[in-house]
Design a protein around this ligand. Structure first.
Ligand code: HPA
Ligand code: ZN
Length: 348
């Protein structure tokens, strides 16, 4: 027992000594980085209350049994965000964490409708985030891009309204996405919105196959014509879909800790990430909503290393995939890949 604990401690110490792999984060909801302590700080200055006494109690409530049970807490907590300063503080806190986790590039989701429904407009959200993201490269050594997500459990008209509100911020928003409660809200519901977004020059991504069926992944590809699938783990139910994803090297932004915390997978040892890799898919590993799921991106890398037997060579490959799957200019991508190659040469 003592020996087991000693080995576990040595293991942890080794992990702490190891510099994190340079990587891109491609599946990260900025509202999902709102740590309870910051939520309470922002609530106090906005003279708002949260439905519990303190940050510790809020964190103890983070026990979810599916996506919806998480979304209920996620939307309730983000309601404290009201001003540009709130969004700026949120972005600053994330970038500080991201830097310590080896993130070199981050493509960051936000949920405009979750704010506009509370009377907080697109300008407040985007200006607040951008006041920090606009200089993230100089201040944190992290390049960033924003992805505006439509809430799939609201109407297609509401999504179109959000797209129109995003238009004036076209230079600050690289892509549009689709998130929130998946089952019962297939991608095809949003065909007109995505057609319009593409015509306006936005890149397109969508959550699909997190809790929903493989058919939603087909729809995201064929109807919404997305460049990446967020989550996508249910593709393994459909061999023809796996072949399609492999042949076209469509990136999947997989989030292992999230999948376990939201019970899409019953325990990490049963996560089929190794099968996705084995099938030749362009897999990336990401954090989703790290303040709620118990870890940021490098914690996910450590988790799959320790619990799924993903070795260092495969971890470097996942990091490489993250830069390949990112919306980066070729020269910038090559720079990050060169940095990664140098990193892996020094550790192997
Ligand atoms: N799935 C769908 N919607 C979300 C998620 C997620 O994992 N996180 C935040 N919004
Ligand atoms: Zn997500």
């Amino acid at each position: 027992m003592v020996a087991t604990r000693t080995i576990a401690r040595m293991h942890q110490a080794a992990a702490e000594l190891r510099a994190p792999i340079p990587k891109a984060e491609l599946h990260l909801h900025i509202e999902g980085t709102l740590e309870p302590e910051l939520a309470f700080e922002i609530a106090a200055r906005n003279r708002m209350s949260l439905p519990c006494a303190d940050a510790g109690e809020l964190r103890r409530r983070y026990r979810f049994h599916n996506l919806q049970s998480f979304l209920d807490v996620y939307y309730a907590t983000m309601a404290v965000l009201r001003t540009e300063q709130d969004f700026a503080d949120l972005a600053t806190a994330y970038l500080e964490r991201a830097r310590s986790q080896g993130v070199r590039h981050a493509e960051i989701f936000f949920d405009p409708q979750a704010h506009s429904e509370r009377g907080v407009g697109m300008a407040t959200v985007v200006e607040g985030l951008w006041s920090v993201l606009g200089s993230s490269e100089q201040r944190y050594g992290i390049s960033t891009a924003l992805i505006a997500c439509f809430l799939r459990d609201r109407s297609a008209d509401a999504a179109m309204e959000a797209l129109l509100a995003a238009m004036p911020f076209r230079d600050r928003i690289a892509a549009v996405g689709l998130d929130s409660a998946e089952v019962g809200h297939p991608p095809s519901k949003f065909v007109d919105v995505f057609d319009r977004a593409r015509a306006e020059g936005f890149r397109c991504v969508a959550h699909a196959g997190e809790e929903g069926p493989a058919s939603y992944i087909w729809e995201a590809l064929d109807v919404l014509k997305v460049a990446r699938i967020d989550h996508g783990i249910r593709c393994l139910d459909d061999p023809a879909l796996v072949a399609r994803l492999r042949d076209q090297q469509v990136p999947l932004t997989v989030c292992p800790l999230s999948n376990v915390r939201l019970a899409a997978v019953d325990r990490i040892e049963h996560h089929r990430l190794p099968d996705l890799i084995e099938a030749g898919l362009l897999v990336t590993v990401n954090s989703d909503d790290p303040a709620y799921f118990g870890g940021y991106i490098d914690d996910n890398y450590e988790l799959i290393r320790n619990r799924l037997g993903i070795d260092d060579r495969q971890l470097v490959r996942l990091a490489e995939n993250s830069f390949r799957a990112a919306f980066l200019a070729p020269q910038t991508r090559d720079g990050y890949l060169a940095e990664l190659a140098e990193f892996s040469a020094t550790v192997s």
